[in-house]
Every structure is written in C-alpha cells, then in structure tokens.
Write a protein that binds this ligand. Structure first.
Ligand code: FE
Length: 335
C-alpha cells in the first residue's frame, strides 16, 4: 500500500493552495530524497512548485480509483514493466515535444510518447574481491555453470528487476534454454532468494555467497551509507554480457497522466528532467546513467568501467514479461 501519511500530505498541500496555479503533482515510486535536488532546481528555475507523493505500490490502482479527479499530473517510476503497466491501464496520455525527442534516444521512449525514459541502470554481477578472480564471470549464461554451486545470491526471481533480466534471456535464447538456465541458477543458489539487491552484497561480505545479481547504482548507495560501505568494499562490479549481446539495462521514466490538471507545468517538468543540467543532478544523486546526449555519469559511476548495453528493445522485454514470469514459477525459483 502507499504511504497514507504522505499521500494525505499531498492532498492537503493541494487543497491548501487552490489559488496557486504554478504547481505540478507527481506520484513517485522513487524515493523523495532522490528527487529533492531535482525538484528544488526546477522550482528555482521556473517558480513552479512540485508536490511529490511517494508510493510503495498500487500506483495504477490509485490512479484508476481517482479517475478524472486525480491530482496527479505525472507518474515517475523505474522499470519498463511498471511504465508499461501504467500505460496499459489507460491512465496516461501521450506527450510529443521537441525537447524530449532531442534529449531521449528513441530506444528509451515509447514510440507514441506515452512514457519517456530519464536514466538507465545495468543489472550486473557483484563479485567477491577475495573469492572470485578477475575474468571468472563474464556472461549471464555462465551464472548457471555448476562451478558456482552454492555460491550465488539474488533477490526474488519474481521481482521486476529479475523478471526483466529473464525476459532479456528469453529474447536471446528462447524458452527451453531459458528454463534450463533458470534451473542452473536455482541449483547454484547459496540460499533461497530473499532481501533486496544490497542484502545480496551483504551476504557476500558475510561469506554466505561469492557472486550476486544486482543493479549498478546500489554500489553508490552502499558507499554513501556508513553501515554498508564495508559490504560495498568487499565486492567489485562485473558487467556481464549475453553471449551474443551486451549488459542488461533497464530504465527509470516518467509519464503524463490522462487527467493531468497541470498539464503545461507537467510537460515543463518532463523537459527539465531530460535537460543536461537535471540529467547530471540525477546521475549524481542516484548513481545512474543519464540518457541525454552530452550528459556524463558521475565520476564514481565512470570509475566502475564502461560496458556495451544489450541491444534488446525495452518494449520486447515488456512483451516477454508474462513468459518470463511463467518460467520463473515453473522452476519454482524462489522455492
Ligand atoms: Fe532499485
């Protein structure tokens, strides 16, 4: 469920400022702390206030329940599957804008403009510095090799991040090979899938496993947290590739709601978020990869090395999601 206190705060903020036309309301699955530097910069530049309601889950249901009366102008989320779910629920409207088109490569937005990508992240391998040699793991396929028996950790197979990875595997190898791969992964697990991505790195640090699957930006988040710095320092980032492709990449993105009461301001905020200025704030704040041409990842992120992103289209990943979930359940991955 969404955070009732925070959503009430938004409702109050909206109700308390009826005369203030210069605002925009955002429903976000992303943490408010992460957005603050961006929304502050936007407000400073435009005078438009940004009200953020942070939701844990249930964004689609909430937008549907609120219907035309929804205060939300924009939805911000991570993962192509969630962006796609919002669009498929019919609660968004397309946006076409020269600024957006110029700053967001074609691969990272819906062809009709129903959603626009803002940043990317790769789903990579965290490898123990002590127990895994350089070059010992180079591909996703290799994670199913019996040499990793009892040495692999991951969060739930049905989490959106892993579903997208499995969908990409399906794209490259088809159903039978993907099922075999999932069975191989499962038999290599050091423990039942549990916890978030950072919990897997903690498990490497604690000696429970040697390699883990996780998103790149968590390295930055762990390094920024005194309690987790040791976990981060016990591993290095390996960018695996598919045997005939690149490293698996997913996105964060934004969509305009169908009923957006502050549509013009909302589009201004979308355009701001893909500007080089905002892209670098974003990259710095969450250790992701900016997508606008000319924007650079933070120095920390650049230090993790370069990689070739996989060439599978994000829409194909979204389309393969049901098949991926079916296979993950068939092999009882979390069981
Ligand atoms: Fe995440």
């Amino acid at each position: 469920m969404f955070h009732a206190a925070k959503s009430t705060a938004l409702a109050l903020a909206v109700a308390a400022t009826p005369a203030m036309a210069d605002e925009v309301n955002l429903y976000s699955y992303r943490q408010p702390e992460l957005l603050k530097p961006l929304t502050d910069a936007f407000t400073a530049e435009t005078g438009i206030a940004v009200n953020v309601a942070f939701l844990d889950t249930g964004m689609v249901e909430r937008l549907q329940a609120e219907g035309d009366r929804s205060p939300a102008d924009l939805v911000l989320t991570v993962d192509i599957a969630r962006l796609n779910a919002v669009v498929e629920a019919g609660v968004t409207q397309p946006v076409q804008s020269e600024v957006l088109s110029a700053n967001v490569p074609a691969a990272f937005h819906d062809p009709e403009g129903q959603w626009w990508g803002l940043t990317t992240r790769a789903r990579i391998v965290y490898a123990s510095k002590e127990r895994v040699a350089d070059g010992e793991v180079t591909t996703y396929e290799d994670l199913a090799d019996p040499k990793w028996e009892g040495r692999l950790c991951t969060r739930s197979g049905t989490h959106a991040y892993n579903v997208a990875l499995v969908a990409a595997y399906l794209h490259h190898h088809g159903e039978e090979a993907t099922k075999t791969w999932l069975e191989g992964l499962k038999s290599n697990l050091a423990r039942k899938p549990q916890g978030n991505d950072r919990a897997q790195v903690k498990a490497i640090w604690a000696g429970e496993c040697d390699i883990a699957i996780g998103n790149t930006y968590y390295m930055g988040q762990m390094l920024a947290d005194p309690e987790q710095t040791e976990w981060a320092n016990s591993v290095r980032i390996v960018f695996p590739t598919f045997e005939n492709g690149g490293a698996h990449v997913n996105i964060s993105g934004i969509a305009l709601t169908k009923s957006a009461p502050n549509k013009d301001n909302a589009i201004k905020l979308m355009e701001f978020l893909v500007s080089p200025e905002a892209q670098e704030i974003y990259a710095e704040a969450n250790h992701e990869y900016p997508i606008a041409p000319g924007s650079e990842p933070s120095e920390l992120v650049q230090g993790w090395g370069t990689f070739t992103p996989d060439d599978v289209n994000l829409m194909d990943i979204a389309a393969l999601r049901p098949d991926a979930i079916k296979l993950i359940e068939e092999v009882d991955f979390d069981g």
